[in-house]
Ligand binder design. Structure first.
Ligand SMILES: CNc1nc2cc3c(=O)[nH]c(N)nc3c(CC[C@H]3O[C@@H](OC)[C@H](OC)[C@@H]3OC)c2[nH]1
Ligand SMILES: [Zn+2]
Length: 373
């Protein structure tokens, strides 16, 4: 079946919502955090470990897989699910963002974007139609429309031109959507930090029938309060019966604040990226386990965590592995960080069920030391 959203309940205290996103490879309970597996793997984690921590859906990336190994190879392997041995839902980004964040020598035209591969300098081209062809070959359950994510800050006129082109590109994606595997195609709302442009982008895109809507153009260096402000006036422009996906977000506080504002899906490289330099998220805030002070600390990363890492290994052992550059060290910090955010979203869903998400936020922020900064 195609991608459908089922609204279960709205939190009486916060307006956040509990929902389910039905996809060809299974159901996602929302609000949900989606681990990022850019190059067809969530770095250092096996699919079995991701299932043990109950990751419901993972992300992969059109830009990276187009460049390497090539979407045609993945297609001939039977698609991304088969290629990476993951039988739950997969969402793929359309590649637009990476063209701007990874490659140089790029040129935007109405047709699409010319750029050079960040791997070998090859001249390449991505367009709405190409992005759809690639995602069809990958066979992801949720595909993203090809868009431009303007930099921050960006001039009003540039953002207006850009969002209007992104809307035309979204229409071209819809028209070239083969629905080969009954995949869902989400449009991406742009408009920078300008209220009238965000509302224009949302109105234009919701007038076409997409099964879900992403809010793009955020988490690009703007202050957090500005991101929340944009959410405050953009989310209400989106249909309540469709999932809302805030791209590239985020930290524990942003996941809670975004859920309060009615966002259903989140993705962020934070948990896997900071794990690689030995930074972990714990119920008492961030903990840099590489620090010398943990050399003889034989307790778990987080005394309140029930994950595999915290049940079986000490801070001293993990610190030793990281200092010795042993791969198992970043596997343990990665496992814990992903589990931490997945558990946080389970707690958020429970708080929505019990109409107490604002209380949950205050308790979490107090313990996590977020009222300090
Ligand atoms: C960090 N802040 C952030 N703001 C973003 C805004 C946009 C946006 O407006 N449009 C598009 N198309 N993508 C965006 C993205 C990339 C997310 C992907 O980036 C990849 O993570 C690195 C990952 O790919 C598996 C993920 O897949 C959905 C953003 N990331
Ligand atoms: Zn843990």
């Amino acid at each position: 079946m195609a991608v459908k959203y089922e609204l279960i309940k709205v939190c009486k205290q916060s307006g956040a919502r509990l929902g389910r996103v039905h996809t060809p490879h299974g159901v996602i309970e929302t609000p949900a955090f989606m681990p990022v597996g850019t190059q067809a793997t969530v770095k250092t984690m096996s699919p079995e470990e991701l299932k043990t921590m109950d990751a419901q859906i993972i992300l992969s990336n059109t830009y990276h897989l187009f460049l390497r190994p090539g979407h045609d190879i993945v297609g001939r392997a039977g698609g991304l699910h088969k290629f990476m041995n993951w039988d739950r839902p997969i969402l793929t980004d359309s590649g637009g963002f990476q063209v701007f964040s990874l490659s140089d020598m790029r040129k935007i035209t109405e047709e699409g974007v010319q750029f050079r591969s960040h791997l070998n300098g090859d001249k390449l081209f991505l367009s709405p139609e190409k992005a759809m062809e690639i995602q069809n070959a990958l066979g992801s359950d949720i595909m993203m429309a090809f868009d431009e994510c303007p930099p921050y800050p960006a001039e009003y006129d540039y953002v207006k031109q850009s969002l209007e082109r992104t809307t035309r590109w979204a229409e071209r994606c819809l028209n070239s959507h083969a629905r080969k595997h009954d995949q869902g195609l989400f449009a991406i709302v742009q408009g920078g930090m300008y209220k009238d442009l965000r509302i224009q982008s949302a109105k234009d895109l919701t007038s076409m029938d997409f099964p879900g809507y992403a809010i793009g153009g955020l988490s690009v260096g703007e202050p957090k309060h500005l991101m929340y402000e944009v959410l405050d006036y953009t989310v209400p422009e989106l249909p309540t019966g469709k999932p809302r996906y805030l791209m590239g977000v985020g930290s524990p506080d942003a996941l809670i604040e975004g859920s309060i504002r009615g966002v259903d899906m989140f993705d962020c490289v934070l948990p896997t990226r900071i794990a690689r330099n030995g930074t972990t998220m714990t119920s008492q805030g961030r903990l840099v386990v590489r620090n010398a002070k943990f050399a003889e600390d034989f307790g778990p990363l987080d005394p309140e965590c029930s994950c595999y890492t915290c049940k079986n290994y000490s801070r001293a052992y993990i610190r030793h592995l990281l200092k010795a550059d042993e791969t198992f060290g970043i596997r343990l910090t990665t496992y814990h960080n992903l589990h931490f955010l997945l558990q946080l979203m389970r707690d958020v869903r429970q708080a929505i069920m019990e109409d107490r998400l604002l209380d949950f936020r205050d308790d979490f922020f107090t313990k996590y030391g977020l009222f300090d900064n």
